[in-house]
Design a protein around this ligand. Structure first.
Ligand code: AMP
Ligand code: MG
Length: 420
């Protein structure tokens, strides 16, 4: 039996067999364990992934506090009070934020209090200011009347009601939201254990390539994969360590692939042409268990390792490059960074305007537009037509076991635009 993952040199011979997308993902998922943790200042933690669960050592709030502006009282003193039966209390002091009342509130007494201030000892409720009348003509303001009742505990925020000491406030693997950062600050955290972000090296190959942004010249084109891959890596929260264009020469390519990064992306030269050196370099110096995948575009994709690091050989055709990144490299970057392996794309299900035809035995990635609630496949499907992906709203996948879909079939569309 042929091992689908056994490497072979396929230059100028074509792929004798192709790995299925499922097998490739299975192999990859076994090699993308979450990276180790690093300690990062809280101010830089939002949007990053928590490496460990966070347990609070403290109660928040650390004291019983008033939830209203009013008077701290003994609730029993207000029993039976109403606008027709006002009860008098002696005001013996005030409790302000950061400036508490240190005395004790006894029966018949009240302490003026504001929201967030410490509830004095002896008091068990707060009488809101709306229920209170200050005695007119009492120059010392030392008497007040209540015209309503409060029950024990009323308008009092209890110690630990927000966070109790010893409880888990956030689980491991959490992508930190701004409010999570606020909560961590409230329990006294200044530095956070986060999953390290994967470092990514991008090697763009092709003797015909000019640096990104150069005007194209006869027989030379500008590199579009470098900038596109950099943006994709950023989207998936990886950190680009270096992007450069290297000539189609095995020695230079090997040198470029040997990097301190966690993962290497090679654009171009991944197929079976005579200038496609990347697969041979990997076979010779590392391993290339996956080369040639049953999909379109991106069939000449390779996934291997060099010095223990994952290396992705992405086809140079820009659409194939985008698709292969999204299927394999992006997933690996997200997994290494402790994030969901799933695509960040939103999905919608709508009927097809026209049929989609696909060959059995390979997965198809079809660019589509949404027109008046229908899914319109784009006529130009060539992998070299990058503008097809900018004109498209998203893509539809046709699985390997399907011949396609008839007009009117409900299909799932992955939308390129990401809500961020
Ligand atoms: P390759 O995979 O190197 O055989 O390249 C396939 C096609 O993609 C060729 O037409 C290349 O010129 C083109 N191509 C390769 N790399 C890039 C790139 N970085 N940007 C734009 N086009 C590229
Ligand atoms: Mg090339």
């Amino acid at each position: 039996m042929i091992d689908p993952l056994e490497p072979v040199d396929v230059r100028m011979r074509g792929f004798a067999r192709r790995t299925t997308v499922e097998d490739a993902l299975r192999w990859l998922d076994g090699k993308t364990e979450r990276l180790d943790e690093q300690i990062v200042p809280l101010a830089e933690a939002a949007g990053r992934v928590l490496a460990r669960e966070m347990v609070s050592r403290v109660d928040v709030p650390p004291f019983d506090r008033s939830m209203m502006d009013g008077f701290a009282v003994c609730a029993a003193d207000t029993l039976g009070a109403s606008p027709y039966n006002r009860l008098v209390l002696q005001v013996v002091g005030e409790s302000l934020p950061g400036r508490p009342f240190y005395g004790r509130v006894c029966s018949g007494q009240a302490v003026r209090i504001t929201t967030g201030s410490l509830l004095p000892v002896g008091a068990d409720a707060v009488l809101p200011v709306e229920l209170v009348e200050i005695a007119v003509g009492d120059a010392s303001h030392s008497r007040m009347f209540t015209q309503g009742e409060v029950s024990p505990g009323r308008h009092v925020g209890r110690i630990g009601e927000d966070v109790e000491a010893g409880t888990t406030v956030l689980p491991a693997d959490r992508v930190l939201r701004p409010q999570d950062v606020g909560l961590l600050a409230s329990i006294g955290v200044t530095d956070v254990p986060l999953v390290r972000r994967p470092l990514v090296r991008v090697v763009v190959t092709g003797n015909e390539l000019l640096p990104a942004g150069s005007p194209p010249r006869p027989y030379r084109i500008a590199d579009s994969n470098g900038p596109m891959l950099s943006a994709l890596v950023k989207r998936d929260c990886g950190v680009i360590v270096e992007v450069d264009i290297v000539p189609d020469e095995p020695g230079t390519m090997l040198e470029a692939m040997r990097s301190e990064a966690d993962l290497v992306l090679v654009s171009g030269g991944s197929s079976v042409g005579q200038e496609d050196h990347a697969p041979a370099v990997l076979v010779e110096h590392g391993e290339l268990p996956i080369h040639g995948i049953a999909m379109r575009p991106s069939s000449p994709t390779g996934i291997g390792r060099l010095d223990g690091r994952l290396v992705f050989l992405l086809p140079g055709n820009p659409v194939s490059c985008l698709c292969a990144y999204d299927f394999f490299a992006g997933r690996a970057i997200r997994a290494l960074g402790g994030r969901s392996k799933d695509w960040p794309y939103r999905r919608t299900t709508l009927p097809l305007a026209r049929k989609i035809v696909s060959a059995v035995g390979r997965l198809d990635y079809m660019r589509v537009r949404l027109v008046e609630g229908l899914v319109e496949p784009l006529a130009i499907a060539g992998a070299s037509i990058l503008s097809s992906t900018t004109r498209a709203d998203g893509f539809v996948l046709v699985p390997a076991n399907s011949e396609g879909y008839p007009p009117g079939a409900e299909v799932e569309v992955y939308l390129y635009d990401i809500i961020s």
